[in-house]
Design a protein around this ligand. Structure first.
Ligand code: GLU
Length: 375
């Protein structure tokens, strides 16, 4: 089992949820809580680690300011609430970080920023230069313009994608409980805190309940985030946001909350993106021989091993690779479109040209553009 060594951490993404930031009766920002969080992040910086904050709270705070009684359900009102709340949120952080002379930079993102390679590279430059300039990046979903279809959807997932984008070794999700329990600790006195997770099993998923009254995520979205982060070779911790200086203490080596261990060696930047960019345009099904060649020998995917194609995709799109049973075991960038692959599947590489009239590539997916997913 790999151990967590906090000295490996150079960058940490910290996610804080609405329920840790606002007073739920009044839907108003809890400025003491914000100051406490900022104290913690400033201290993390003092340790030589770069913090990146993913924060919720825009819609909730905006709803309060607009005099609404609860978090709005319809999209236009949510967008309006987010527009109002996001400025209040940033103002509160900027003011709080100012106590330390630390500038903050706002980045509002949507799913397309992660799934489109060009936008992804672009936002990664923004993030890196903010850090280089000494600012703390503060990230939220762009709720004012994002409609359901283009949203990441919840900030647990957004924080996982941010951890990949930032190449952070650690994601800390601050929650309103101490971590992942075997049952709901508010209702069941037998509930036990799970300290270390090596593998995200169905049993574990069974422990995860839904969200509280104001947030959008629950333990299930946190597990989905853990799946991404640990699958790319990173660590994730769920800890209680109400604890004092919790991120600092984690980085000093205190064992706090639930720790998720990496399921593989760290993936490089491009491979991280290929494996976890939010959208796959289609799937390619391969036979047993190709499966073995890809998984055991690190080979490229050739047309001869392909037995099926699902969806419509173009050159350069991300697809999932399925085994004969339909289980997705790899993801990669294709050199041929779905229409082309339908014509050449099962053929030898030397036969491609006689069918298509050209052969740009020998491989349908080159091994450099292919990531085997750890199960
Ligand atoms: N982006 C939303 C907000 O700031 C929160 C989403 C979430 O908490 O998952 O209100």
């Amino acid at each position: 089992m790999r151990r967590f060594d906090p000295r490996e951490v150079k960058r940490v993404v910290v996610k804080v949820g609405t329920s840790s930031l606002i007073k739920s009766e009044k839907l108003e920002l809890d400025l003491d809580r914000i100051d406490a969080l900022v104290d913690d992040l400033a201290s993390v910086r003092g340790m030589g680690v770069q913090p990146i904050l993913v924060t919720s709270g825009a819609i909730g705070t905006g709803a309060g300011k607009l005099g609404l009684k609860s978090r709005p359900k319809d999209i236009p009102t949510q967008q309006a609430a987010a527009a109002v709340g996001q400025t209040l949120l940033m103002h509160a952080y900027a003011r709080s970080f100012d106590r330390y002379g630390i500038p903050v930079g706002q980045m509002l993102l949507t799913r397309d920023d992660f799934s489109d390679r060009r936008r992804y590279v672009n936002i990664s430059h923004t993030l890196n230069s903010l850090l280089r300039c000494g600012a703390v990046p503060i990230i939220n979903e762009n709720d004012t313009v994002a409609v359901e279809e283009i949203k990441v959807g919840d900030n647990d997932m957004l924080s996982a994608y941010t951890a990949l984008l930032a190449d952070a070794e650690l994601l800390v999700i601050l929650s309103d409980t101490d971590g992942l329990y075997t049952a709901d600790p508010r209702r069941n006195p037998e509930a036990r805190l799970i300290e270390v997770v090596e593998e995200i099993t169905d049993e574990l998923r069974g422990y995860a309940g839904g969200a509280g009254p104001v947030g959008t995520g629950g333990m299930d979205t946190k597990l989905a985030a853990a799946e991404i982060v640990t699958g790319a070779g990173g660590y994730m911790i769920i800890a209680n946001g109400a604890e004092r200086m919790v991120v600092t203490r984690i980085l000093r080596g205190e064992r706090i909350g639930t720790l998720f261990l990496p399921r593989r060696k760290r993936l490089s930047g491009r491979k991280r993106w290929i494996a976890y960019s939010p959208r796959r345009k289609g799937f390619i099904r391969v036979d047993k021989g190709a499966y073995e060649a890809l998984v055991k020998r690190g080979a490229s995917l050739l047309a001869s091993g392909i037995i099926g194609v699902e969806g419509e995709f173009k050159f350069g799109d991300t697809v999932g690779v399925l085994d004969e049973e339909g289980r997705e075991f790899a993801r990669g960038l294709v050199n041929y479109s779905s229409d082309e692959i339908r014509k050449i599947m099962g053929l030898k590489t030397s036969e491609i040209e006689s069918v298509l009239g050209y052969r740009y590539y020998d491989e349908v997916i080159h091994r450099d553009n292919l990531v085997i997913l750890e199960r």
